[in-house]
Design a protein around this ligand. Structure first.
Ligand SMILES: [Zn+2]
Length: 148
């Protein structure tokens, strides 16, 4: 229900577990064990813990505004600290000769000094590009309170 919100939180570097297909009991158990706050649209789930934020809107823009209003320390700009796919930590990555070079990476720009980052868990590669810029503009619009 809040998968897009989870991706945006990872974009700004927040350690964000995503409970896809988990039972409520499992969500609460993991949240307790890993000291996490539960962000949910599920009123019954939110009632079961004091460490929950019940998201009032299905719209990602409203969810973002509610989360940053409740947790002002959340960064508002994209960073390269978390994998948006799996929440793994990103580390600077240098390709050694002979290693595979995925076609999606702009290797000419990497050769010119563009930093690459790699997820330590799933291996996904990240770099600053038009997508990062779009996400940054989107977050700025939401934080200003304008735009869907
Ligand atoms: Zn990953």
């Amino acid at each position: 229900m809040v998968g897009r919100l989870a991706r945006y939180l990872r974009f700004v570097g927040c350690d964000t577990a995503y409970a896809r297909g988990w039972s409520d009991d499992r969500v609460l158990e993991i949240a307790r064990r890993e000291d996490r706050i539960v962000l949910t649209r599920d009123r019954a789930l939110a009632r079961r813990t004091t460490r929950a934020l019940l998201l009032s809107s299905p719209a990602i823009s409203e969810q973002w505004r509610q989360v940053v209003a409740s947790f002002p320390a959340i960064p508002r700009t994209p960073s390269f600290r978390r994998c948006t796919l799996c929440n793994g930590g990103l580390v600077p990555y240098a390709v050694e000769p002979g290693q595979p070079r995925p076609e999606t990476v702009p290797w000419d720009r990497v050769a010119a000094g563009l930093p690459l980052f790699r997820c330590g868990a799933c291996g996904h590669l990240y770099w600053e590009g038009s997508h990062t810029a779009n996400v940054g503009r989107q977050l700025a619009r939401w934080s200003e309170g304008s735009g869907p």
